[in-house]
Design a protein around this ligand. Sequence first.
Ligand code: FAD
Length: 575
Amino acid sequence: MAQAGDIWDLEADVVVIGGGAAGLPAAIKARDGGSSVIVVEANYDVGGHAIVSGGNVPLGGGTSAQKKYGIKDSPDTVFSDLTDWTVVENNGWPNYRYNDREVMRAFADNCAPTFEFLLENGVKFKEIAPDNQGGHCLGNTAPRENHAFWTKGAGLESPNARPGTGLMRPLEDSARKKGVKFLLNHKMTGFIRQGQKSGAILGLTAEYSPRIMPGQSTPLKSFRSDGNIESTKPSVRIRAKKGVIVATGGMTSDVNFRRMYDPRLTEVLTVAGEPYSYQDASGERAAMEIGASLWGLVNQTLEVGDQIRTQRVLGTKWNYMNWELESPIFPLVKAVGLTLKDWQNVILVNQVGKRFFDETKGDYPHGNVAGDIDPYTPNDYRNHDKIHFHPNHYNFFNAAVAMNEYSEPPEYSGGPIWAIFDADAVARNKWIVEPPHVDPDGYFFSANTLKELAAKIKSEFQAKPMSGEVLEATAARYNSFVDKGTDEDFGKPTPKYKIAQAPFYAAWGTPNVHDTRSGLRINANGQVLDMNGQIIPGLYCAGESAGGFNQHGLGRCTTQGFICGGNAAKEPSRG
Ligand SMILES: Cc1cc2nc3c(=O)[nH]c(=O)nc-3n(C[C@H](O)[C@H](O)[C@H](O)COP(=O)(O)OP(=O)(O)OC[C@H]3O[C@@H](n4cnc5c(N)ncnc54)[C@H](O)[C@@H]3O)c2cc1C
């Protein structure tokens, strides 16, 4: 670990690590508080997962938008909703039972002010009443979802034409206008504290990490450059006179780290938001090295909402969404992906070649939102009685991830899930089954017989070859279910289409990991605590890297950035 007292390359009052949903509000708020601010960002451009997100921003508690549309809400209601231990999803798992009450109170009190802050800093939301669209774990009482406004060609360049750009580019523009400096292409590698595990945070180290796409010779460049600090020194030491804010987005991209929470999360699962940006636990790891504690680990393991999702994009490794050909990172993504509208068009098989569930149960269920429990009495255990239980829906999580045959020594690796379909399915869906729509390099295969197809499947994650006999038997049995109109194995409602017309196809259909829901222990101010519950002076954390809060996404991240930025700016200067 670097020692305190060494020479610094750069300095600012507040240094924010990560320029995503938590980092940009943190930077602006610290700047508004009179501090000089540097954002250190590992990627070639800002935005993190947030810029490729759906841009649905859950913020309530009495926002101007809620008032405009006559929706009653208050900080107390947000707090009550998001700490209600009686609310469970339709598989019985609780949404809010393990939320940290101190963290939630801070969120509830800052939720509406954060919404107004976003507006003041140029974010535009669609002119519609807040609703539940895209919502997960928003609370049962009031609609709280706002939708960032973004259209192509309106000057807000997106890495993949995604609505989250309507949230992040305006924040970036505001930050740059206000004088926030950006050190892009630099990955924070460690914190510098007065003692190994004592005293205040003095700064951090960061490594130059330019991103060069396959087939290109120069690194990618950010769309905006005013305020960028240019440095190609292999590593820099950055002094933070008041504080450092960890906004690195969590740990889903770090397989070893994520498996501490949930052993099922093996290498085979890709991560939504990759390969634009990575949430590689670097914030958590660096903070733990200097004594920080993790918190609320159960929230990662709960089978609620969208922790692990299967998506309707097939035939590409990066299957959370379709990628645009114009995306600057397309050379890495390699395929747009095939969009599946109806699960009747495919069967899903494990790496052995066997079906394992009703494919129509593949979509993930959303977490609790307004009106899910009706009537709802806050904190009354009888809320359970009004849930329509249907645990079957969640079989996918277990079947796909944990129960893979061939999970054997020495790695016990989970295997991929393949969508199997035929030429008729291609015609029905008007799919183009060649690059750049699919990635034949390990994620898409075709053959004239199912036996040949099985033999062709070769992937870095396929532990052993798939047996052609097994795949043939699986398809034959499924075809007999289509004749009978009944899926005798898994109850798929009236199986519609046979897999009978050559050529046959196997397309990557493995689920992905979506959210980090557990992370560093923080208090109401966003200050990071150590294993003894003591504040680590000068260290803050916001967003997915922070623990104690089970909710999906942009609401909690922007609000915690808002909280941390304001508080870090109020710290005494240490130098
Ligand atoms: C495809 C997709 C769709 C989504 N849609 C929605 C939605 O509609 N609504 C919603 O509420 N939520 C949504 N989410 C979730 C939401 O985007 C995230 O919860 C949110 O962006 C997390 O914010 P964050 O600041 O913690 O992390 P991020 O936004 O991921 O930002 C973290 C940043 O830190 C950088 N970083 C990481 N490590 C380092 C390091 N060591 N040094 C320097 N920089 C580092 C990363 O490069 C990244 O830019 C979506 C997520 C994805 C992936």
